[in-house]
Design a binder for this molecule. Sequence first.
Ligand code: NAD
Length: 521
Amino acid sequence: MVALAQTENDAAGFADRLIIHSPGSGEKLGEAPVMDAAEVQAAVARARAAQVAWGALSVKERCAALRAFRIKVVQNADALARAVSSENGKPLQEALTHDVLPFCDLMAYFEHRAPKILAPQAIHLHFMIQRRSYLHCVPRGVVGVIGPWNFPFSIPIGDAVMALFAGNATVIKPSEVTPLIALKAKQLWDETCRDEPRLHPDLIQIVTGRGLTGAAVCTSGVNQVMFTGSVPTGKKVAVACAERLIPCVLELGGINPAIVTADADVERTAHAILWGAFANSGQVCASISRVYVARPIAERLTQRVVELTASLQQGDPLNADTELGAMTFLPQIAIGQGILDDTIAQGGRVRCGGTPNGRFFPPTVLDNVEHGWRITRDESFSPLLAFISVDDTETAIRCANDSDKGLMAYVFCGDEEHGARIAERLEAGTTMVNNAIDSHGAPGTPWQGMKESGLGQVHSAQGLRDLCQVRHVQTRSWVPWLTKELWWYPYSPKVYGAFLQVMRVMWGGGPLDSFLRKVGK
Ligand code: NAD
């Protein structure tokens, strides 16, 4: 019996509680409170108080302390994976390898590198050489993290620990669809704090609720917001942050193209597209949804993907050999079904899959599709994969870029260098060549969207620095006989003329100008 209780969670407002059922079994898993604006503000105040001591620690000390949480997560990895799978409906193996494992890798990566990334950086001054300029990173304070339901552990908890590495405290608003896993993470955090005195339980706050609770996070006095979710909500978050002049990172939706050239390795490409389209039942912001394939290999590739799709095991998410589980969020099934119906009505051919059965949406391959149809424009966030045959790579690039989103793109190509040249022309935050969706698992690389897919980035050295105020300090060596700079008062025609002369000599195209450009001044 499929539970429909998530529809209760769609109701607006702060009233009542969130009631969570497992998408796979329908079993009731638990409840969570719907927190109002006052409760969110109280959470921010607790986080702010705890941040003072945390932010005063050196980055090295923070990294040493956070190590204890990473070890605690590894010790509880199986339980966490089971909790993710139960609440989200994704296969157990994906819960482990897409949520828990990358989180641990992210922590290990920044534990080792954060001290160097956040160390003061000298700026070489080209003229004012008696001065010393440097940048230093100061924690922002309290970072609000608002998360989606598709990666309910790795995204919100991963964003939160990035904020902690940078010296901030965090207030996490998990999705109303999957709040229990965040509460479980908080329980592990609190347990870790008992054994590691440098960690304070209040550094991580969880505020559960629906959209209004998320909106309250943006207006609660936090110093930055890290938001992952849909484009319409992301725009609301951006407006709320703009009104308070606080920075926000927005990680939003995608409708991600793959380009397959005629010399691509059909077998590897078929396996990559299969996984890239159907992992987490297509509920991945980076899912491959539209494939522009060179006409000479189109049928061979489509047929191979269809054969591989037929062998996928869909069923109880908690079975270790299940490859596709249940859809997480009931309204998403209707969105996918609507896009599927539209495609069929326009002449698209279903090669395998089709109509959902309760919460289980079969992996569905379509061909005979034309660029411009809704399936190539709207994010279905369901296991729908469209093949579009094209005559040449230029057409494929044009179609791939013809989108208001720009999260991920993929190129499958026999020649890696040629693939990289195509990749550089694609309007996406990340383009992978001969690979699929997992670059989020490489914490050293930026995760970012172009166009309506987002603003800013998470992960990477820059993503960590962005969680700090990067302040500039400039000092000047004391030269006793120089009591003032030349451009200070008093002003006079003589000084004015001297500056004009200096400008002509240095930048007016004469010999000193050429020399200075040569030596890089
Ligand atoms: P959503 O926008 O419906 O909700 C995301 C979060 O925002 C939830 O916690 C929700 O309660 C909260 N929220 C709702 N209204 C709000 C408001 N006015 N102010 C602040 N917060 C508010 O998104 P979703 O359905 O949970 O997630 C699916 C979407 O997320 C898809 O579009 C997917 O592509 C995208 N996504 C993007 C990435 C990425 O890294 N780019 C990763 C995962 C998911």
